[in-house]
Design a protein around this ligand. Structure first.
Ligand SMILES: Cc1ncc(COP(=O)(O)O)c(C=O)c1O
Length: 380
């Protein structure tokens, strides 16, 4: 099946008892056994659930992997991935990752003996240089949150293959509609389904896709043993949302391109980062590895710095000042006080995440309305 067909159809069959075209929400905690030792494939919803199973089958097919495992959030998915490792193991990570991921790595997992080195992975040579004897995984976010840096997945995949370390990719910003990290040698592809995959600001969720059965068994074991699993209703909402992923990503990308060009040419804008612009430092890599568009995420800084950025964020009317991204509504965010507040200021500034940075998640409204809103707010 082609991608557009997979998002609608993969894994989903009409309900066998009623023929309902939309699968039911199996909102049940437990399952009645036919007799001792004989169930129908389900025993307790923490371990598995029919609605979750449908979603996992769909997500694996959409990403081009063999298995998918869903968790209650993107962060609990990253946590389950990191539990593949043992105290003393080392992970090389992109430096510009979502603030919650930095917090998980630095404040929680490092207390249990995991070691992290952060590199600017937009230059793949930095990744190769950081790998040590005890390195077990390279963790790449591309494009990154919030600086929208792009990593050459093919180059990093080659490094990981040669050095025999696992290659994990947080592909939340690109989605499977625009990048397939498995094509570049990734072992694990992770998404926060809170964002584009569900797409409607209704759920918190996450998942990981892989080819390896052994790894899949680890994730099944994490679902059962830790229990950070999504509710059947949340799974159903993701299964509904994903059906329009390819359509939405095309519109997000088209709108974002128009908004980025408008901002790039606006006299009050000091710098803008959007991979579709020729001025983006990794535009060439993005053009090679992102298919059908550059997604809806961008960040920019105004000439007046923090105070001008704050004025803009308070003046917009259509764009919603909110913490998330990847939904149908355009959302504007101040990373320094919102999504990345848990990253210490010194570290933020070292990465280039200034107090004046504004992040924009361009939605699927009409692009003229989004641009008009931004223009009015900039003029104000
Ligand atoms: C790139 C990226 N990864 C992971 C996460 C965490 O996902 P969640 O909020 O679903 O836990 C986020 C959240 O913003 C994100 O932007």
């Amino acid at each position: 099946m082609k991608f557009e067909t997979k998002v609608v159809r993969a894994g989903v069959r009409p309900d066998p008892t009623t023929g309902a075209i939309v699968p039911p929400i199996y909102q049940s905690a437990t399952y009645v056994l036919e007799q001792v030792g004989k169930d129908k494939g389900f025993d307790y919803t923490r371990s598995s659930n029919p609605t979750r199973q449908l979603l996992e089958t769909n997500l694996a097919a959409v990403e081009g992997g063999r298995y998918a495992a869903c968790f209650a959030s993107g962060l609990s998915t990253v946590d389950a991935i990191l539990r593949l490792f043992n105290p003393g193991d080392h992970i090389v990570s992109s430096d510009d990752v979502y603030g919650g991921v930095s917090r998980l790595f630095n404040e929680i997992l490092s207390r249990y003996g995991l070691k992290f080195t952060y590199v600017d992975s937009s230059d793949a040579r930095n990744v190769a240089r950081a790998i040590r004897k005890n390195t077990k995984m390279v963790w790449i976010e591309t494009p990154t949150n919030p600086l929208i840096k792009v990593t050459d997945l093919e180059a990093v995949g080659e490094i990981c293959r040669k050095k025999k370390v696992l290659f994990g990719v947080d592909s939340t910003f690109a989605t499977p509609a625009l990048i397939h990290p498995f094509d570049f040698g990734a072992d694990l592809v992770m998404h926060s389904s809170t964002k584009y995959v569900s797409g409607h600001n209704q759920v918190i969720g996450g998942y990981v896709v892989m080819h390896s059965k052994k790894m899949y068994e680890h994730f099944r074991y994490m679902q059962k043993s830790v229990g950070a699993v999504p509710s059947p209703f949340d799974c159903w909402l993701v299964l509904t949302g994903i059906k329009t992923l390819s359509l939405r990503m095309a519109r997000h990308s088209e709108n974002a391109m128009a908004v980025a060009r408008f901002l790039e040419n606006h006299p009050k804008v000091k710098r803008i980062s959007y991979p579709g612009l020729e001025s983006h430092p990794q535009h060439g890599i993005a053009r090679r590895q992102m298919k059908n568009g550059y997604s809806g995420m961008m960040s920019f800084e105004l000439k007046g710095g923090l105070s001008a950025g704050k004025k803009l964020m308070n003046a917009v009317r259509l764009c919603s000042l909110a913490e998330s991204l990847g939904s149908v509504e355009t959302m504007i965010t101040h990373p320094a006080t919102m999504t990345h507040v848990s990253v210490p200021k010194k570290e933020r500034l070292a990465r280039g995440l200034t107090d004046g940075l504004v992040r924009l998640s361009v939605g699927i409204e009409h692009k003229d309305d989004i641009i008009r809103d931004l223009k009015k707010a900039l003029d104000a």
